[in-house]
Design a protein around this ligand. Structure first.
Ligand code: ATP
Length: 242
């Protein structure tokens, strides 16, 4: 593994019976990079991500994440990454503070660390007024921002975000992306799937999956040049929709 890389995948493949959901994908992601992982519904993004975070064994190929092999060191990968998806965020029936304490505990932080991080996080997100309110009562955008911060509690090397802004309004999405930039500037690698093409423009590099294969991978600027179009939406349409 090259020193600057935090993810390396080589011919990574996942089959379900005869069906190849992820077909020999190869790519590298560098430290601090914001890597967009795009594809139409069913292209294989979630399946690929599950292999990278160590919860699904690849059928074949190789992958190293945060310095660990997905076949032999999946448990170490889990300790070194953060994960957030649109579907599973936080516990609605715990308060903001209780959620932070709960997840801090899961990540193995000490009581002192949890207290410090919890105060900093609540202040940074401006959640002082609702710190003792149930998360279920918060607007979706706040939940997602809190959920992202919780995924970073243990200072992971890489944070995996599976459609983190689904259903969130455009102002909150913009704020969410400011948080992503901040994390990346501090050296956290961000691996993000999205269906919003304006968000694809915010990524350092973008890969586009079609039917299990990575059909394009480059900076948004170079992809637009390559496909001779003005925006990422048109790149996506040309590739994903043929
Ligand atoms: P979306 O954007 O809708 O989340 P995706 O790109 O994440 O889509 P995947 O969820 O990875 O796509 O699914 C890729 C393909 O693999 C789909 O055809 C899906 O039906 C299939 N698939 C996923 N998981 C399984 C499974 N456990 N068994 C059989 N087929 C599966």
């Amino acid at each position: 593994m090259k020193k600057e890389n935090v993810i390396e995948a080589q011919n990574l493949t996942k089959m379900f019976g005869d069906f190849t959901a992820v077909n020999a994908i190869s790519f590298e992601v560098k430290k601090g990079e914001i890597f967009g992982f795009l594809g139409a519904n069913g292209a294989g993004k979630t399946t690929a991500m599950k292999m990278l975070i160590g919860i699904s064994k690849p059928t074949s190929g190789k992958a190293n994440v945060a310095g660990f092999d997905v076949f032999t060191n999946a448990e170490d990968i889990k300790k070194n990454i953060g994960y957030m998806s649109q579907k599973f965020a936080l516990y609605d029936d715990l308060t903001v503070k209780e959620n932070i304490t709960f997840f801090g505990g899961i990540y193995g932080l000490s009581r002192k660390q949890i207290k410090e991080k919890s105060n900093n996080l609540i202040e940074a997100l401006g959640l002082e007024e609702v710190a003792n309110k149930l998360v279920g009562a918060l607007p979706l955008g706040w939940k997602q921002k809190l959920s992202f911060s919780v995924a970073l509690l243990h200072d992971p090397k890489i944070v995996f975000l599976d459609e983190p802004t689904g259903g969130v309004d455009s102002i909150t999405r913009r704020q969410f992306w400011e948080m992503i930039y901040k994390a990346a500037n501090q050296g956290t690698t961000v691996f993000v799937t999205t269906h919003y093409m304006d968000e694809a423009e915010y990524c350092d590099r973008v890969s586009i999956m079609v039917n299990g294969k990575i059909e394009a991978l480059d900076t948004p600027k170079k992809l637009k040049q390559q496909f001779k179009v003005a925006n990422m939406n048109d790149v996506f349409l040309k590739l994903a929709r043929g």
